[in-house]
Design a protein around this ligand. Structure first.
Ligand code: FAD
Length: 301
């Protein structure tokens, strides 16, 4: 478990002190509040706070004086309409604040999503923990032979063991040197802000990350997708479960139109129309490049 007993006790205390409020609460989300869901070997995601629910999206879309809800089915229909027509601002009315613990190389991918507010653990002020991401054997994969930006089969036998040993030894040695440099016993001690520079990218960091639902769904669309690297995808997948409980109608529409749906080019649409009329369309007659045609074929299954 990535949490110390003291950290868990703090969370339990917070969960044990419910407060009454006039604000909207989403029952599906209340059960997730503060709970740390483990991800990778030492990481987690947990919800610190949130604002809004499915009704809040409809309330904003209708610019309503009250709750904005007409009926659950009416609201679900409106939310599907908004999602279908890329009417995104009502989704921005919902917000979520997360506490995430993640390896630095995952954080570098995550931080590219600029439409969020972030506050990261300061390794200038505090000493980082001796915690490094070491992939489970199944995820210690070889370079993909077909995709330069991907991985293939898991490494096997002696090579797998050697790679695992190198990762573990390098991480521990780097941390030993980090500790040695900042230690003040018999020396001045190097500043933490400098000593941290020899730590590898698999060391864990933590941050608070606040984002609105529209931009969170954009993040999930990109990072819960199979093209995303496994180590960020597992965080996105954990978040998908939380969002599905928080705003079930919005998440259902997102699954249908974004995760499960597809965008077609004008050429692709033209090909489908011609195919429906019985024409045999090939890559040469489609007007598409080889890559576009391959992806189009994959889309049609
Ligand atoms: C599978 C995958 C592979 C990737 N590979 C690489 C890679 O090799 N190299 C690399 O550098 N990155 C890579 N990325 C990162 C990618 O290019 C984006 O930076 C990242 O996904 C964030 O997307 P975003 O900019 O849409 O998100 P956000 O920053 O959250 O922005 C959301 C939307 O807001 C708008 N927006 C935000 N800021 C601005 C702005 N300043 N100006 C105009 N519009 C803005 C845009 O419409 C944007 O789509 C990869 C991402 C994925 C998912």
């Amino acid at each position: 478990m990535p949490l110390s007993p003291e950290q868990q006790a703090e969370i339990d205390a917070q969960r044990g002190a419910p407060q009454s409020t006039l604000r909207t609460t989403a029952p599906g989300m209340e059960k997730h509040l503060y709970t740390a869901y483990p991800v990778l070997d030492h990481g987690f995601v947990r919800v610190i706070d949130y604002m809004g629910d499915d009704a809040a999206i409809c309330q904003a879309a209708r610019v309503s004086y009250g709750k904005g809800t007409k009926s659950v089915s009416n609201d679900a229909g409106l939310i599907r309409y908004l999602m279908r027509h890329w009417h995104s601002t009502p989704f921005e009315m919902c917000e979520i604040k997360l506490h995430v613990k993640l390896p630095v190389f995952v954080a570098r991918q995550w931080i590219r999503h600029r439409t969020a507010n972030v506050n990261e653990y300061s390794a200038r002020y505090s000493i980082l923990d001796r915690e490094f991401y070491i992939p489970a054997p199944d995820h210690l994969a070889a370079q993909s032979t077909t995709n330069n930006q991907g991985r293939g089969e898991a490494l096997q036998g002696e090579e797998a063991q050697r790679v695992l040993r190198l990762l573990q030894e390098d991480s521990m040695r780097a941390y030993d040197h980090y500790e040695e440099m900042i230690s003040q016993e018999g020396q001045q001690g190097l500043a933490r802000e400098l000593a941290r520079m020899n730590l590898p990218a698999n060391v864990y960091t933590q941050w608070y990350w606040k984002v609105d639902l529209h931009n969170l769904l954009h993040f999930l669309r990109l990072r819960a997708d199979h093209h995303a690297q496994y180590e960020i995808r597992v965080y996105a997948e954990e978040l998908c479960k939380i969002v599905a409980d928080w705003v079930p109608a919005a998440y259902g529409a997102f699954e249908d139109y974004r995760m499960g749906g597809a965008t077609l080019s004008a050429k692709g649409l033209d090909c489908i129309r011609r195919m429906l009329k019985g024409e045999e369309v090939t890559q040469e007659t489609s007007g598409m490049s080889k890559g576009e045609w391959r992806e189009f074929q994959e889309l049609l299954g």
